[in-house]
Write a protein that binds this ligand. Structure first.
Ligand SMILES: *[C@@H]1O[C@H](CO)[C@@H](O)[C@H](O)[C@H]1NC(C)=O
Ligand SMILES: *[C@@H]1O[C@H](CO)[C@@H](O)[C@H](O)[C@H]1NC(C)=O
Ligand SMILES: *[C@@H]1O[C@H](CO)[C@@H](O)[C@H](O)[C@H]1NC(C)=O
Ligand SMILES: *[C@@H]1O[C@H](CO)[C@@H](O)[C@H](O)[C@H]1NC(C)=O
Ligand SMILES: *[C@@H]1O[C@H](CO)[C@@H](O)[C@H](O)[C@H]1NC(C)=O
Ligand SMILES: *[C@@H]1O[C@H](CO)[C@@H](O)[C@H](O)[C@H]1NC(C)=O
Ligand SMILES: *[C@@H]1O[C@H](CO)[C@@H](O)[C@H](O)[C@H]1NC(C)=O
Ligand SMILES: *[C@@H]1O[C@H](CO)[C@@H](O)[C@H](O)[C@H]1NC(C)=O
Ligand SMILES: *[C@@H]1O[C@H](CO)[C@@H](O)[C@H](O)[C@H]1NC(C)=O
Ligand SMILES: *[C@@H]1O[C@H](CO)[C@@H](O)[C@H](O)[C@H]1NC(C)=O
Ligand SMILES: *[C@@H]1O[C@H](CO)[C@@H](O)[C@H](O)[C@H]1NC(C)=O
Ligand SMILES: *[C@@H]1O[C@H](CO)[C@@H](O)[C@H](O)[C@H]1NC(C)=O
Length: 617
């Protein structure tokens, strides 16, 4: 069975995580196939319990079990830069995996930044290893230093959330994963391949909305922040706090930030005890923030992008476009979901944008919202996956995309690495049970429809009005969260300075004399289009990504980092980001020539990490 027909079986549910995910699930991607072959000849071992794990208790009475992987030569090996990995044990059945890296610059003075990947159910170690972390893993499973790591300018916390994602677990069980659905199977259902995190009890009490995930994450951060001075005295109490995220993080970022903000207010007036987060910035890379706004740009981007690629014909284009606007189509269905919330006392607040728990915990509302999510994804977004032959996360690449290569998954399944990280479970980059719970219909359970909730625009507007710096940045070759949709979001936000923002022009994004993109900025808010980049911007353009992160954190203008951000800082240039790139044809399809093409493509991206850093940033 081809990957495409497997995808068809599984409807439109392509994970919003990274290039790897669409191909890991439902069909294996090339590098995973090689892995399977490599392990086939070997006996299967189940991970042992880690040895020499240290334990501390946070002031909030939460146990933190950890090891220092850098001391074992894993990932961050820069002399003097410590790293900590392990579990924050929130409850007997909630164990959250974290990996914390000191800044390479000045850990005591530099801010603390939390990185979250999306999914939902996709692990933040995707970002650590494939994008912005201190190291990358090579094909021969060696860890090499990433000179464009974001810990060059900030202490970095990677958290695997919600529970069940990555190494985070509720329970553990020996088993495997269904090849088609990606769901966990126990030993009576299939032959075991390892020991894995399981949701406890599976399908009940699972975190299935962004707002619930935000509450859980706040509690985890409380434990971590309060324990940080005893975990790492060098860093001590954390300074400014930043949240940077990607993809489904278009939901996570705004909602988490809003929740953390509300909690801060309650802490400030002594309503609850807690550790107030000292907000600095929110960053969202290629995020799905609001489907009602972004859906329209799936068909547009498919046929009229800046690479001169027409991924499907006019018949398919008209269908996808019509499916958005037609009676009972995507937009109508989203409004039905909202209307259902409005009919529940306290279900819809904030100008009819925010669905509250009163609404989203109601089973009938969930059916309506899930219908909407299915309608939009199946008919507006997905025709590209069946009728185009281009990459989900990079339109320049074939559907069977080999970038970024997921070598780190094999690496994290080696016994010595498991021991060094303090884990005794096998690694998977995405938990499909969580994905289904948030996202899409499935026979034996009901999803929340969180994908199409309209809350996140409102959250972003509140954040902008509260004076936090917000940077949106979109790689311009990504289809699934394309920059047309991201730009539309930036212009649709209704906040104090919307008019000034819209009036600001697009200015080139410069780093070391090279133009990496175009940015519109007014004061604290910016939208950057990054050229020649797929979904995971820091993989495709490490220089530009670090520049965006560094300049945002340190209050410099995004375009060139030469001016401090003032309230009326205004980028200047044309009203539209019109840069185009040459057409990219698809590679040869024969397996040998495809392999040669793939290796050279991967090598060309790896070589970006060898570009000497600019002395002026
Ligand atoms: C699980 O981890 C063990 C090492 O502890 C390894 O031998 C096994 O191959 C891993 N399973 C998978 C599916 O990667
Ligand atoms: C491994 O640790 C678990 C607790 O996390 C414990 O129940 C189990 O007995 C340990 N296994 C071995 C072989 O020590
Ligand atoms: C801390 O939690 C443990 C259970 O994990 C409990 O036994 C103990 O009483 C708690 N201590 C405080 C001070 O709350
Ligand atoms: C499970 O393992 C048994 C024994 O090794 C083997 O005969 C069988 O084919 C396996 N089943 C599957 C579905 O791989
Ligand atoms: C504390 O602040 C919250 C949020 O602003 C407000 O709802 C609440 O009434 C305040 N409580 C007190 C005791 O002032
Ligand atoms: C492509 O988009 C541009 C800019 O929005 C527009 O001017 C042009 O008419 C579009 N072309 C097609 C074929 O739709
Ligand atoms: C457009 O593409 C679809 C899907 O491949 C195909 O069924 C249809 O015949 C095509 N239409 C035209 C006019 O080429
Ligand atoms: C923007 O927000 C203001 C204040 O909430 C409201 O009066 C106005 O109608 C909103 N504008 C749009 C275009 O939604
Ligand atoms: C920003 O405000 C300052 C002081 O109010 C003013 O001098 C400056 O001209 C303004 N800059 C822009 C770009 O509007
Ligand atoms: C240029 O940008 C404006 C918003 O700033 C938008 O309304 C317009 O459609 C854009 N034009 C083109 C040709 O893309
Ligand atoms: C990041 O830090 C490392 C180690 O200190 C250094 O070698 C590298 O040049 C730095 N990268 C940048 C972009 O400044
Ligand atoms: C961060 O940006 C500032 C301002 O442009 C620059 O001076 C500094 O070198 C940059 N740091 C890195 C690591 O790029």
């Amino acid at each position: 069975m081809t990957i495409k027909s497997l995808l068809a079986l599984a409807s439109a549910a392509v994970l919003l995580a990274g290039p790897s995910t669409a191909l890991t699930w439902p069909g294996p991607r090339p590098s995973t196939k090689q892995t399977a072959r490599k392990f086939l000849d070997k006996r299967q071992y189940f991970p042992a319990n880690a040895t020499d794990v240290k334990t501390i208790t946070s002031p909030t009475n939460v146990t933190i079990r950890y090891k220092m992987p850098g001391e074992a030569g894993i990932c961050e090996t820069t002399p003097g830069v410590n790293s900590y990995a392990g579990y924050i044990d929130m409850a007997p059945n909630v164990h959250m995996f974290f990996w914390f890296f000191e800044s390479r610059n000045n850990p005591a003075a530099d801010p603390l930044s939390l990185w979250l990947n999306g999914g939902p159910g996709s692990d933040s170690l995707i970002g650590l290893f494939e994008e912005l972390g201190p190291c990358r893993i090579t094909e021969d499973l060696k860890s090499v230093i990433n000179p464009y790591s974001w810990n060059n300018v900030s202490n970095m916390l990677f958290l695997s959330q919600p529970v069940g994602t990555g190494f985070s677990y509720q329970g553990e069980a020996i088993g495997s994963f269904d090849a088609d659905t990606g769901a966990f199977l126990n030993t009576s259902q299939a032959n075991a391949t390892g020991r894995y995190p399981i949701l406890d009890p599976i399908d009940l009490g699972t975190i299935d909305t962004t707002d619930l995930a935000a509450e859980a994450a706040w509690h985890v951060l409380q434990a971590f922040m309060s324990a940080l001075p005893s975990l790492d005295a060098k860093v001590g109490c954390s300074k400014e706090f930043n949240l940077w995220t990607e993809s489904y993080g278009g939901h996570y970022g705004p909602a988490f930030w809003n929740h953390f903000y509300q909690q801060n207010l309650l802490i400030f007036n002594d309503t609850i005890p807690g550790y107030a987060l000292n907000f600095n910035s929110l960053g969202i890379g290629n995020g799905i923030i609001d489907e009602a706004i972004q859906a329209a740009y799936y068909p547009e981007f498919a046929v009229n992008n800046t690479y001169g690629i027409k991924a499907y014909n006019d018949t398919v284009y008209s269908y996808a476009k019509f499916a958005n606007f037609m009676f009972n189509g995507c937009l109508d269905q989203i409004n039905y979901c909202r209307a259902a919330a409005a009919g529940i006392n306290g279900g819809l607040i904030n100008n009819g944008q925010t669905l509250t728990y009163a609404a989203t915990s109601n089973p009938d509302l969930r059916v309506q919202c899930q219908e909407a999510a299915d309608m939009c994804r199946d008919n507006v977004e997905s025709p590209y996956y069946y009728y185009g032959s281009r990459g989900v996360y990079d339109i320049r690449h074939p559907f069977n995309d080999v970038t970024p290569p997921g070598y780190y998954i094999e690496y994290l399944n080696l016994p010595q690495i498991q021991n060094a990280l303090g884990v005794n479970v096998n690694y998977t980059e995405s938990n499909n049970d969580i994905y289904w719970a948030f996202q899409a219909s499935r026979s034996h359970r009901q999803s929340s429809g969180d994908f199409i909730y309209t809350n996140f625009i409102e959250d972003l507007e509140m954040i902008l009005d509260s004076g936090v710096r917000v940077s949106l940045f979109y790689g311009d070759a990504d289809y699934i969260c394309n920059w047309f949709g991201g730009q539309a979001i930036s212009l649709a936000l209704n906040y104090t300075h919307s008019a000034e923002f819209a009036a600001a022009g697009y200015q080139p994004l410069m780093y070391d004399g090279v133009e990496y993109g175009e940015v519109r900025q007014y004061g604290n808010f910016s939208f950057t289009r990054v050229y020649e980049s797929g979904h995971e911007v820091p993989y495709y353009q490490p220089q530009a990504a670090l520049a965006i992160f560094n300049r945002t954190l340190n209050h410099f203008n995004l375009a060139d980092g030469t001016m401090p951000v003032t309230a009326n800082l205004t980028s200047s240039g044309p009203a539209n980001a019109t840069h185009t790139a040459p057409y990219v044809s698809l590679p040869p399809t024969g397996s040998a020539s495809f392999a040669v093409w793939s290796s050279s493509l991967i090598a060309s991206y790896s070589s970006l990490d060898n570009v000497p850093p600019s002395p002026t940033g």
